[in-house]
Ligand binder design. Structure first.
Ligand code: NOJ
Length: 730
């Protein structure tokens, strides 16, 4: 007779085998550490760049644990062979690279993919990025960047998910899952590195690398949640940030790297410094020399030194001089080795050195197809007066104008991995591919991205006048966002706005296609131009995706995840701000506002249009009271009131009406993307848990206080239905 074993048996068996595997990793790490010299231990904590200096001898001597920027299986195999065949202990190297939005198949920048509000899709995109990067010899990506950015002057806003901690946390976890897959040892799994810990986006004035001075409450409620979510999702490594917070540079911040990260959150992966950031503590002025920097950093919890050479040159001496306990060195080594074991490098150091896979798995048609889908959904329709869009395919003539219209490099955006301009479909190419020879498409550049010359305006306006519609592709160069690319002015660079004004003056309908790495301040355009399509930097499929939207083959569904200010002076400008004692009222002088602009932003967080329209009705709560450890169900009906099928991203926000510390005017706590056909109504359902109402009270307890809460459901952070419930502490 066959016996059917209960499911619990298999679960037990599975968890036991996991425990055994885990135990054997710990044992293997410990037995290795037991035979390592101090120099070899330090070697595991050193990461070198693949630059002009030849590191092969250091690898042979066991003095390097990792290399960054080595691309391609030929080179990774070459270095790995030296490590595992010529060094005394044969410890494999781990190869890292910035795979921020794709490897060769460049996807839209992270700020763009966040606008899909689709964690499942983002996870798939990172799976592709991991598949390609691991096929090219890499084991480790310095991503996801999960820094909350409330200041668009900061160029690195392009690399993250925007301004909201809730959405940022969900996307952070999705990216980690996408990179790492379900089994770190698989040949297509790429170790994630969540960065930059912490509050790097809080730089004063939005200037990169600048000082951060924020309260512990803001740190914990706004900046840390996405890190915690990424750690919870299993991120195997973390990068500390360049900045200081309240006088302590992150590379020497034990409270962050040890007490919070490891103590409170239980992180057992390893921490790498940012590029040279350990040595930069000398410039910060908290240490006098490299040796002190190395001691402070290791003690704080930085396990690996990326390129500042403080560990390489000074750490071993510090330990030998007993200025740092060897036990602390051992702990750091343990964490690095543990991850190398987990990703399977000891079992197969060449796991990602498969030249055949490198040929097969990179830039495949399926990868490009996914990049196009992601790009379609990343686009945000900001304005569409008089339903100018979508354009008809049988339109007679189109003027495609602007410095980015036929540009093959800038659509790759900042941090474009191994992406190549030759793989990019430009907007002009994408438009032409949609149309028959019956439509006359003419292109004029008009001006450069950041030039002062208006010489090209004449030809541009002449072509505009001779066409039925004008598509103006304007924005930033890829290098104007990303690292070390802060801007003090958030308008269009150069004479591009003048070009748009000249085109508008022709009287022809103008569609603006924006390409940029941050929210821009474009009040004139927003007021005068009938249609605006925000496309960010969409990667290799940019032109096809933009054409999909311009001609209605894809009905735009994206919503912005960072507020667009009216002017640079309105920054910082984010939706979840505090009320103040004098909330802005533009009709009353003595309120918290500027006298020269309206108080509301140009486009609020969560905003984005569609070619159809949606109505919201019937907001209902399963109960007017929410008890501790319980939840309420919030429902609303979304109806497609237009005449095209579309997807709507419905958002749920709360507001804590009275609390012992001031609370934001709104906080996102749920969202759902729903597909609705014309005339159809769909009920959307959110489960709001008591836990989601928590905040840090006056004594920094993570708590919920009894009292009334508002709940809002709607299409963005400023519109929607409103109801109220009471939280009861029992
Ligand atoms: C410095 C950047 O801040 C960081 O994000 C990146 O991963 C490293 N350089 C390595 O390229």
């Amino acid at each position: 007779m066959k016996r059917i074993l209960p499911l619990s048996f298999f679960i037990l068996l599975f968890s036991n085998s996991l425990l055994i595997a885990q135990k054997s990793i710990e044992q293997r790490v410990d037995s290795l550490i037991a035979i390592m010299t101090i120099d070899e231990k330090v070697g595991q904590l050193v990461q070198f760049n693949n630059g002009p200096i030849d590191r092969t001898q250091l690898i042979r001597e066991g003095k390097a644990g990792s290399l960054l920027n080595v691309l391609g299986t030929t080179d990774t195999r070459k270095f790995q062979r030296i490590a595992v065949e010529e060094s005394r202990l044969k410890i494999p190297l781990i190869f890292g690279f910035d795979v921020i939005h794709g490897y060769r198949t460049t996807f839209p920048i992270p700020l763009a993919t966040a606008c899909t509000w689709d964690p499942g899709l983002i996870e798939k995109a990172e799976r592709v990025a991991a598949t390609e990067a691991t096929a090219a010899g890499l084991n480790w990506t310095f991503a996801p960047m999960v820094d909350i950015a409330r200041d668009p002057r900061w160029g690195r806003i392009a690399e993250g998910a925007g301004e909201d901690p809730y959405l940022g946390s969900i996307i952070a976890a999705a990216r980690v899952r996408g990179f790492q897959g379900t089994d770190l040892a698989s040949p297509t799994s790429l170790l994630a590195c969540v960065k930059h810990f912490a509050a790097y986006g809080g730089a004063e004035g939005g200037r990169d690398y600048n000082t951060v001075d924020i309260s512990e409450r803001t740190l914990r409620e706004v900046y840390l949640p996405p890190f915690r979510a990424a750690v919870k999702a299993g991120a195997g490594s973390l990068m500390c940030s360049f900045n200081e917070i309240d006088g302590t540079p992150s590379s020497g911040n034990r409270k962050l790297l040890t007490d919070i990260l490891r103590g409170e959150w239980g992180f057992d992966g390893f921490v790498v410094s940012d590029w040279g950031s350990i040595g930069e503590m000398i410039q910060h002025g908290v240490v006098a020399d490299q040796k002190q920097a190395a001691i402070l950093s290791l003690h704080a919890g930085v396990d690996m030194d990326m390129e500042s050479n403080c560990y390489a040159y000074d750490l071993a001496a510090a330990v030998k001089e007993r200025r740092l306990p060897e036990a602390e060195l051992n702990e750091a080594v343990q964490r690095v080795l543990r991850e190398k074991f987990r990703i399977g490098l000891f079992d197969n150091p060449y796991k990602n050195c498969d030249a055949e896979r490198e040929q097969r798995d990179i830039l495949t048609p399926a990868h490009r197809q996914l990049a196009r889908t992601v790009a379609d959904q990343s686009i945000v329709l900001l304005k569409n007066q008089g339903d100018l869009l979508p354009l008809k395919n049988n339109i007679r003539s189109i003027a495609v104008i602007g410095p980015l219209a036929d540009d093959q490099n800038d659509p790759l955006g900042p941090w474009s991995g191994h992406g190549r301009g030759e793989d990019v479909v430009t907007v002009l190419q994408g438009i032409k591919a949609k149309l028959s020879s019956q439509t006359k498409v003419r292109f004029v550049r008009g001006c450069g991205i950041n030039d002062s010359s208006t010489d090209g305006f004449k030809e541009a306006t002449k072509t505009a006048r001779e066409s039925d519609v004008v598509i103006a592709v304007v924005g930033e160069a890829a290098g104007m966002s990303g690292e070390a690319a802060s801007r003090s002015f958030l308008g269009l660079p150069g004479v591009q706005e003048q070009l748009v004004q000249a085109l508008e003056a022709t009287g022809k309908p103008v569609v603006i296609v924006l390409m940029n790495g941050r929210p821009l301040a474009i009040p004139w355009i927003a007021e005068h131009v009938p249609a605006i399509v925000e496309t960010w930097f969409l990667g290799v499929e940019a032109g096809n995706a933009i054409a999909d939207v311009l001609f209605g083959d894809y009905n735009p569904s994206g919503k912005i995840t960072a507020t667009f200010p009216r002017t640079t002076g309105q920054v910082p400008c984010y939706y979840n701000h505090k009320h103040t004692g004098r909330p802005a009222d533009d009709t009353v002088k003595w309120t918290s506002r500027y006298i020269d602009i309206p108080s509301i932003p140009l486009y609020p967080f969560g905003y984005g249009l569609s070619y159809t329209t949606f109505s919201y009705n019937g907001l209902a709560l399963s109960s007017g009271k929410l008890h501790s450890n319980d939840s309420i169900v919030v429902t609303a009906v979304v109806k497609n009131t237009g005449n095209r099928a579309g997807e709507e991203i419905a958002q749920l926000y709360i507001h804590d009406e009275v609390a012992s510390v001031t609370r934001p005017v709104k906080e996102l706590k749920g969202f759902e993307k729903v597909a609705v056909v014309p005339g159809e109504s769909k009920t959307i359902r959110f489960v709001l848990k008591a836990d989601q109402l928590r905040f840090y009270d006056l004594s920094m307890n993570w708590t919920v206080e009894a009292g009334k809460f508002k709940v809002f459901v709607g299409p963005n952070s400023t519109e929607g239905l409103e109801a109220e419930f009471e939280y009861v502490n029992q």
